[in-house]
Each structure stands twice: as C-alpha cells, then as structure tokens.
Design a protein around this ligand. Structure first.
Ligand code: SAM
Length: 291
C-alpha cells in the first residue's frame, strides 16, 4: 500500500552519502540546510521514498524511518537496545498476537515498540518502570512512532519497582531488561502462566549466573538457555567483498526459560520394601510438584 507523508510525523531526509537528517513535518514550516530551504508543505503528501530538491538543487530522499532507525535515533533517557537484540527478543520470548507481556524497565521504550507490534491489536504490554523521567520519555517516544501511533492503547505502565512484585496474574510472557532480573524470578514463578516464557537481557556473566541459579531454584522452570548473538556487517563493493572493519563486538546475553507444571509426587509403596517409611520422597526420575 502506498504511504504518503502527513503533517505531524517524523521523517528522515537522507543525502547521497547516507547521512540522515530527522525532520518533524509541520504545515507552514520551512526546512533549512546550508543556506538552502524547502517548505514542509512540499513534502507533505509525497510518497515515502521520494526524492526532493532544495532551493539551490541539493537533493535528498525522504523516508519514513524504519523501526530499527527510529529506535536508534529517538531521544533517550536510559540506554536502549538496538535492532540486533530487538529483532531477536520477540522471537525468543515467542510473543504472539493477543499475548499479555510484562516488561521491565521500559527505559526509553525501544524494546516496548517491537513488543507492542508483536502482541497486535488484541494483546497487551504492561511495563514496570521505577524512574518517572524515563517513563515519560518512553511514552513520548512510543506515541511519536509512526504518527498517528496505533500502539499507545495496547500499553499499560506501572511506575513501580518490579522487584517488589507483579500485580497481574496468569501472564503469557515476562521480558526483562534491568540489572537484577534474579530478583524478579520468584514473582515470575507465581505470575507466569504454565507454558509461559521468561526472558531477560543482560550484559555481563555474573548477572547471568545469578538469574540462572534463581530460575533453577524455583523448580518450575525448564529449558533454561543463554545465548549471545553477533552481527557482523559485510562490505560488498565491486571486488572488495569482505567483513566490515568495524562491528559491535558485544551488547548482551539473552536468557530464556519455560514455566512448567510438574506431576505430583507419587509415594507408592513398593511390594519388595520391608520398610515403606524408608522410601525417599524424591526418587530420581520422579518429578516433584512445585505446590
Ligand atoms: C537498560 S534500561 C531498559 C532499556 C529499554 N529496554 C529500552 O530498550 O529502551 C533499564 C531500565 O530499567 C529500569 N529499572 C531498573 N530497576 C527497575 C526495577 N526494579 N523496576 C522497574 N524498573 C527498573 C531503569 O530505570 C531503566 O529505565
């Protein structure tokens, strides 16, 4: 479907070298660049991807920002996640249309946007954030995305400490990007539905050790997995086809776990046993219930 620019949306002007200039389109306003100009009204109504010429002939392509570009360039309070991890998290947390997802903290809202996309019109993202200034920044970023933003209605924000607890019951997914996710694990064990998924993003190994141990201790999580992703751009230019000289060597690790419900322990008395009281409550291979 052809997309046209409207007043009030943020667009990108991109020059020949690929340099991006952000512009908030407003009826009657003028874009100035190195002594040249163009009226915003000349851009409003044009197709996404059109080329424009300024007053002395300098050309730009005008584009709606992709979600990767928007999250990278948007104003931020807290450190944001980038496309490399943002693209993976909804998949590894298996966020599906209609899901209820708990997120913490909202930070600048970069992760909230793909989560909102993934839950679709009938799903919900409920974010916990302790810092008021970050929460306000995140809401602005989310509401300014893809004017008119279709995403705001699906978001609920608690300006609260998630280490103190999760209010909602029976949630489908819990997705965390904060320093001590191990402190959320006991709440996740209570509030995640059976079959639900816990995911956290962490930059360092000691943090992973703590969260994995916490997940193991709850005994209601299985398939606890941790991985790291590396994205290596390539230079493809004529005969020069090789990896780029620069890459982001590290961002963080993703840990996932699945909430399960074990069968109750069977305390069957063995016919061969002379002393049934001696049979241990937990026998290898017989799962215990967590209740
Ligand atoms: C790294 S930032 C999250 C960035 C976010 N994922 C993004 O991409 O924009 C971590 C956020 O967690 C928040 N935070 C830290 N501890 C928290 C807690 N106990 N409860 C709720 N939010 C918390 C911080 O204030 C911060 O905004």
């Amino acid at each position: 479907m052809t997309a046209y620019f409207v007043s009030g949306e943020e667009i990108h002007l991109v020059n020949k070298k690929g340099k991006i200039y952000r512009l908030l389109l407003q009826e009657g306003a003028i874009f100035q660049f190195s002594g040249e100009k163009i009226a915003h009204d000349e851009i409003i109504g044009k197709e996404d991807g059109s080329e424009i010429a300024l007053s002395r002939g300098t050309r730009f392509f005008v584009l709606k920002p992709t979600l990767a570009e928007y999250t990278r360039n948007m104003p931020r309070g807290a450190q944001v996640l980038y496309a490399k991890d943002l693209s993976l998290i909804p998949m590894w947390a298996d966020v599906y249309p209609g899901a209820t997802v708990i997120e913490a903290g909202i930070g600048s809202g970069a992760l909230t946007l793909p989560l909102l996309n993934a839950v679709g019109e009938k799903g919900r993202v409920i974010s916990y954030e302790i810092r008021e200034d970050f929460a306000n920044r995140a809401i602005k970023n989310i509401e300014s995305y893809g004017k008119p933003s279709p995403l705001g209605d699906r978001l609920k924000l608690h300006r609260e400490d998630i280490y103190e607890g999760i209010k909602e019951d029976n949630v489908d997914r819990i997705v965390l990007d904060l320093p001590e996710p191990h402190r959320v694990v006991p709440h996740a064990a209570q509030k995640l539905r059976t079959g639900g998924i816990f995911l956290c993003f962490l930059p360092t190994v000691p943090q992973i050790e703590k969260v994995v141990l916490a997940l193991q201790q709850e005994r209601c999580f299985e398939w606890i997995e941790t991985f790291e992703t590396l994205l290596r751009p390539w230079n493809v230019d004529g005969r020069s086809v090789r990896p780029s000289l620069r890459m982001v060597a590290h961002s963080g690790f993703i840990t996932t776990a699945r909430r399960i419900k074990r069968l109750p322990v069977k305390r069957e008395v063995s016919e061969k046993s002379e002393n049934p009281q001696a049979i241990p409550a937990h026998v290898e291979g017989v799962p215990e219930t967590e209740e």
